[in-house]
Design a protein around this ligand. Structure first.
Ligand code: F6P
Length: 348
């Protein structure tokens, strides 16, 4: 569907949960596309919904100025999965068909899909419907398969680390066990990095099976060696009963078994808000500019990625439906264990 004689016309969308750096990525794609390659750029509103409903804006170069430091996304986002609800009985139209129609009606040469795993899966499926697509990986969870790092992660690590730092002082004053729940969906990257940066004593990750007795043993051992407070960092994705948060479950269990006073904090959406860190601004800018280059070179059906700090592309076909999780033998975990950090699995 590309026409190499005319300047290219491209669309950009941001889909899935938002994160800091989305605007930096939009700016990176848009400015490079316009300034370097003379392309025309449209922005779809609210992720794939914008393509289904033909809801878009023209993005001029001037509109891409002043957004680098802004959190959220100027295009809005949604968790619309067009292939999941493929037969929409209400309006009787197949959503992917409507997306293809929008693409054709607007005379697009490519759509840049900025998002996480779900977004990449949909982008790949749209590629199979005949659209030219380029993906850019974002998410605070850092779990997109095929790249070493997603933008949004560094900002979230900073926010979560700051929260853990603050818990240290109040935990110490009251001699309490503080449990903090960190986002990350099924992956433990955010809990691991913020937990280590914040000096957490116990870090529970979805990828490692924990035992509450082991957690309590560690807390009691600290108590006996004149460390009457502890910081327990729990990833939201760890095993816990339905109807209770991971933090509430671990907190209640620790208080029951040790008799030590506990308090819990669920950090929540604060981790996705606010201005991106300089590292995320740079990463999102690199990804965005490189995505525009991929379009110019007609390297479609790919996701831009970082491997060993080098920009590269991976076929979307390989990315879709996979998760990049923390490996139990990840060097950082091994180093932390040697320093006495517990992952709740020591006495299994
Ligand atoms: O993927 C980012 C994330 O914030 C996860 O860490 C979290 O589990 C999920 O999104 C929350 O989703 P929602 O925005 O739909 O509540």
């Amino acid at each position: 569907m590309s026409n190499s004689t005319k300047p290219k016309r491209i669309g950009i969308l941001t889909a899935g949960g938002d994160c800091p750096g989305l605007n930096a990525a939009i700016r990176g794609v848009g400015k490079t596309a316009i300034v370097e390659y003379g392309m025309e750029v449209l922005g779809f509103n609210a992720g794939y919904s914008g393509m289904i409903n033909n809801d878009y804006i023209h993005l001029k170069e001037s509109q891409l100025s002043g957004i680098l430091t802004l959190g959220g996304t100027i295009l809005g986002t949604s968790r619309e999965k067009p292939f999941k609800t493929s037969k929409n009985e209400k309006d009787g139209e197949h959503k992917p068909d409507r997306i293809v129609q929008t693409y054709k009606d607007l005379g697009l040469d490519c759509v840049v899909c900025i998002g996480g795993n779900g977004t990449m899966k949909t982008a790949n499926m749209l590629g199979k419907e005949g659209l030219n697509v380029v993906g850019i990986p974002k998410t605070i969870d850092n779990d997109v398969w095929g790249t070493d790092v997603t933008f949004g992660f560094d900002s979230a690590v900073q926010i979560a680390t700051d929260a853990i730092d603050r818990l240290h002082t109040t935990a110490n004053s009251h001699q309490r066990v503080m449990i903090i729940e960190i986002m990350g969906h099924h992956a433990g990257w955010l809990a691991l990095y913020s937990g280590l940066a914040g000096g957490g004593d116990i870090i529970l990750l979805p990828e490692l099976e924990y035992n509450i007795r082991s957690v309590c043993k560690k807390i009691e051992a600290r108590y006996e060696s004149n460390k009457p407070y502890s910081i327990v960092v729990v990833a939201e994705g760890i095993g816990h009963p339905k109807g209770s948060s991971a933090a509430a479950h671990v907190s209640e269990a620790i208080q029951t078994y040790t008799g030590i006073e506990t308090r819990q904090t669920v950090l929540g959406y604060i981790q996705r808000g606010g201005s991106p860190t300089p590292m995320d601004r740079i990463l999102a800018t690199r990804y965005g500019a490189f995505a525009a280059q991929c379009i110019a070179e007609e390297n479609f059906g790919t996701m831009v990625a970082i491997k060993n700090n080098e920009l590269t592309t991976v076929p979307l076909e390989e990315v879709g439906g996979k998760l990049r999780l923390v490996d139990a033998n990840f060097p950082l975990i091994q180093k932390a264990r040697k320093m006495g950090v517990s992952f709740g699995d020591e006495y299994l």
